[in-house]
Design a protein around this ligand. Structure first.
Ligand code: SAM
Length: 210
């Protein structure tokens, strides 16, 4: 199947499954294309992503990871998601679209690190948590020299400022914000190893932000 066809099947399956399970609040086809597919692909305007390993934390119904995989088939993709139904949807889709080198993990980011710690060139996350909490979910997965990119709303500067301590503690360094349409992409570089006591046990990153 070509990319166009893969996105059409994705759209159809998303709308179909959404009748039974709450995967997304967006159900109008044109809106799905714009707010899920196109939005997920904005990263490609900022980053020369061709291959390498990518992890999507809190991927939900596959965003942004699966659109990125469709557009850049050579990436090796891991999707982590805590909600079982969403994991089942992604597994169904990966099989239906015959996507290769995709791993779909059911679990919380804080608990899925075994064998995956500091293994990824790139971690991405969209609409999962405040940047401080998100950094504790994502940075442990990123290898030294790799990056973490958070898909955020336009007015993101105060949130970045608040995340300063978390980034420093977890081995990250703010690189830049790229603004596209209604989206800010926040780039964090992994500059030193994440200390082994992070992430803290499940729920702590959110309950007691660094
Ligand atoms: N990234 C998708 C998107 O942009 O459409 C989903 C966004 S949804 C608002 C947030 C998702 O993150 C939910 O599906 C939730 O189950 C998942 N999530 C939240 N905290 C998580 C954690 N600690 N580990 C794994 N998944 C998590």
């Amino acid at each position: 199947m070509n990319d166009r066809r893969l996105f059409e099947v994705y759209l159809k399956e998303l709308i179909e499954w959404n009748k039974k399970f709450n995967l997304t609040s967006i159900t109008d086809p044109e809106e799905v294309r714009r707010k899920h597919f196109d939005d997920s692909l904005l990263l490609l305007r900022s980053l020369d992503l061709n291959d390498g390993s990518v992890i999507d934390i809190g991927a939900g119904a596959g965003f942004p990871g699966i659109p990125l995989k469709i557009a850049r088939p050579r990436i090796r993709l891991t999707l982590i998601e805590a909600t079982k139904k969403k994991v089942e949807f992604m597994r169904h889709l990966v099989s239906l679209l015959d996507l290769q080198d995709v791993e779909v993990v059911w679990g919380r980011a804080e608990e899925a690190l075994a064998g995956r710690r500091e293994q990824f060139d790139l971690a991405v996350a969209r609409a999962v948590a405040d940047l401080t909490t998100l950094a504790e979910y994502c940075l442990p997965y990123v290898k030294l020299g790799g990056q973490f990119v958070a898909y955020k709303e336009l007015a993101i500067e105060p949130e970045i400022k608040r995340a300063g301590n978390a980034l420093k503690t977890l081995g990250g360094k703010f690189n830049r914000i790229d603004k596209h349409d209604a989206r800010s992409l926040v780039f964090i570089d992994k500059i030193s190893p994440t200390p082994p006591n992070f992430p803290r046990r499940s729920g702590m990153a959110k309950k007691r932000p660094l």
